[in-house]
Design a protein around this ligand. Structure first.
Ligand SMILES: Cc1ncc(COP(=O)(O)O)c(C=O)c1O
Length: 413
């Protein structure tokens, strides 16, 4: 397949401009045009309650249903298994609360120390603190220090016959390493545990397909995948059968939306989700391909071409330590590149780069436990340059030049 036509891509993101090289995409991406148009259209014409017989309501109902269908497409699952929530933090909190009544004393929950706290805290609370279920035990699957990844060995060390649920990340939002979810889920299933995966840092970069991953629940955030501020949550139907609905007592419990969308999702955002699918399909078609697989193949190849020079340049800078995989290979990492700078406070660097028209971010990125184990929390965490497919090689060159100049000035001060 051809290489990515970045000009075509950038023309579909009105927020992008030559003045600003944006490297905070893991925080939130720009929205694509078909998403923006749908939000506007809905707010202009269809701000009415669903389920009515009048034409406005029929139109709004159909559009929100299309939003759920698009979420299912983006997840690779059935629409009955998909709920739209305000965020992935909310998705995990709702899922944990809905699962809590199924837990018995002696049951065990496994969480990691690498994940974003959204996929740790919600499940930790099942066994710790004021909301804990009596006798539920929390175990921590610690990441491998050498590779900064979650390993099968690490998982096996905390699994037992009492493990009821294992929550882990598809891709670290800090170090960018990808995990073999299918393999790790199979290991957790050996003891009959449910597997919940956070795909937030994965979904902007690679095709999500829950049907191929063999997990029980999967969540990501549309606002990092060129869409609106919504959480997309997929829960397998047999797992849903174990959940207690978070919704009104008189409502059905046969869909994820009924169980996990109390009060429903913001309509003007839900209706925008088909815009992401439309954009990705158009991207594939523009390059002579078809569908989401082709779109993400183009995206992965382009992202690798961006990550290569950045990782190489960072690795060659004095006092700079690149976290996560040393390779830019799209099979092992997303183009989310975190690095530490000896002798510099991370928080001082982004404002200096702003002056060069280069945006990135510093901190722990809510992967608080991981950054603490890296020994970097007290020092202010890390710097993170997170790219997506609309970034260009010229922007990467600009980031490298701006960083070099900034670091030389800071470290010789
Ligand atoms: C890996 C990961 N998980 C979860 C979240 C939380 O997502 P949300 O802001 O939708 O709650 C983030 C946000 O940065 C993230 O990067």
């Amino acid at each position: 397949m051809k290489s990515l036509d970045v000009d075509w891509v950038r023309a579909r993101f009105p927020a992008l401009s030559p003045e600003l090289a944006f490297f905070d995409n893991a925080g939130g991406s720009a929205a694509c045009l078909p998403v923006i148009e749908r939000v506007r259209d809905h707010v202009e014409k269809s701000m009415v309650q669903l389920g009515g017989t009048h034409p406005w309501s029929r139109d709004a109902t159909a559009k929100v249903a299309a939003g759920h269908a698009a979420a299912a497409t983006l997840l690779g699952g059935e629409v009955a298994d998909v709920a739209l929530t305000p965020s992935t933090t909310a998705s995990m909190a709702r899922l944990a609360a809905a699962f809590a009544p199924a837990l018995e004393p002696g049951d065990e929950i496994v969480v990691t120390d690498l994940d974003h706290e959204a996929n740790i805290g919600a499940f930790r609370r099942l066994g710790e603190g004021p909301e804990a279920r009596p006798g539920v035990v929390v175990r921590e699957w610690r990441f491998d220090e050498g590779t900064q990844t979650l390993t099968e060995e690490g998982l096996r060390a905390v699994l037992s016959e009492r493990t009821r649920l294992v929550a882990f990340t598809h891709c670290s939002n800090v170090v960018g390493a990808l995990h073999d979810v299918r393999r790790l889920a199979a290991v957790a299933h050996e003891v009959g545990a449910r597997v919940v995966v956070d795909g937030v840092a994965f979904a902007p970069h690679r095709r999500v397909d829950v049907s191929a991953l063999g997990v029980d629940a999967y969540a990501f955030s549309a606002y990092k995948v060129y869409g609106p501020h919504l959480g997309l949550l997929w829960v397998a139907s047999d797992f849903r059968a174990e959940l207690t609905s978070r919704n009104h007592f008189f409502l059905p419990t046969d869909t994820a939306a009924y169980q996990l969308e109390p009060g429903s999702a913001p309509h003007e955002l839900a209706v925008a989700l088909p815009g992401i699918v439309e954009y990705l399909e158009a991207l594939a078609a523009h390059h002579g391909g078809e569908g989401l697989d082709d779109a993400f193949a183009l995206i992965a190849a382009h992202e690798q071409r961006l990550a290569e020079p950045l990782i190489e340049a960072l690795a060659g800078m004095d006092g700079v330590r690149v976290m996560g995989p040393a390779s830019a290979d799209a099979a092992v990492r997303a183009p989310t590149v975190a690095f530490a700078v000896d002798g510099a406070s991370p928080a001082e660097i982004p404002p200096k780069l702003d002056a060069h028209g280069v945006s990135l971010r510093s901190g722990h990125f809510y992967a608080h436990r991981a950054v603490e184990r890296f020994g970097l929390l007290e020092k202010g965490g890390l710097l993170r340059a997170s790219m997506v497919h609309y970034n260009t090689k010229a922007e990467v060159d600009r980031l490298i030049a701006a960083l070099r100049e900034t670091l030389v000035a800071m470290l010789t001060d």
